[in-house]
Design a protein around this ligand. Structure first.
Ligand SMILES: [Ca+2]
Ligand SMILES: [Ca+2]
Length: 152
């Protein structure tokens, strides 16, 4: 009876089943309502943002301490010292490409952002800033993390 019930569902709701297979993170890592892709290729910030877009997501936007800790966990698991996030400075700090202003949750390392030599406008997380946030030159090359919704 169990098998026939499943068969009936397959026949009646193929679209529903297909949707449930397609939703979720597949080969991305899931945390909360998001999926994350850790890309260990070291590239400049702008290329990282485009790469995430081409992967069907966006460069990671960190909204909470829990999400921050999750990203740091991914870094440590892969022995990666520094990653790019989606933080970008114009007149103020914002997450790209959403343009959401960075103010609700922040985790700057002590003394950061310092815009050293007037050249730093992209947000990295680094072992060298105690796994907290640092602004650094966008032309530096680092691995990066992409994010997308787990429900789309
Ligand atoms: Ca996020
Ligand atoms: Ca800095």
């Amino acid at each position: 009876m169990g098998t026939s019930l499943i068969m009936m569902r397959v026949l009646l709701f193929p679209g529903l089943i297909l949707q449930s297979v397609l939703a979720g993170c597949n080969n991305w890592d899931q945390f909360g309502d998001s999926c994350y892709l850790f890309n260990e290729t070291s590239i400049i910030w702008m290329q990282a943002m485009w790469s995430c877009y081409e992967s069907g997501g966006w460069i990671v936007q960190i909204d909470s301490q829990d999400e921050d800790n999750f990203i740091v966990g991914l870094m440590k698991a892969r022995y990666v010292d520094t990653v790019w996030t989606g933080g970008f400075a114009t007149a103020h700090w914002q997450w790209m490409p959403s343009f959401i202003r960075i103010k609700e949750y922040t985790n700057w390392s002590q003394g950061q952002p310092d815009n050293a030599e007037g050249k730093e406008g992209c947000l990295s997380i680094s072992k060298f800033s105690h796994y907290k946030w640092n602004d650094e030159a966008c032309g530096n090359r680092h691995p990066f993390v992409c994010e997308k919704s787990a429900n789309s």
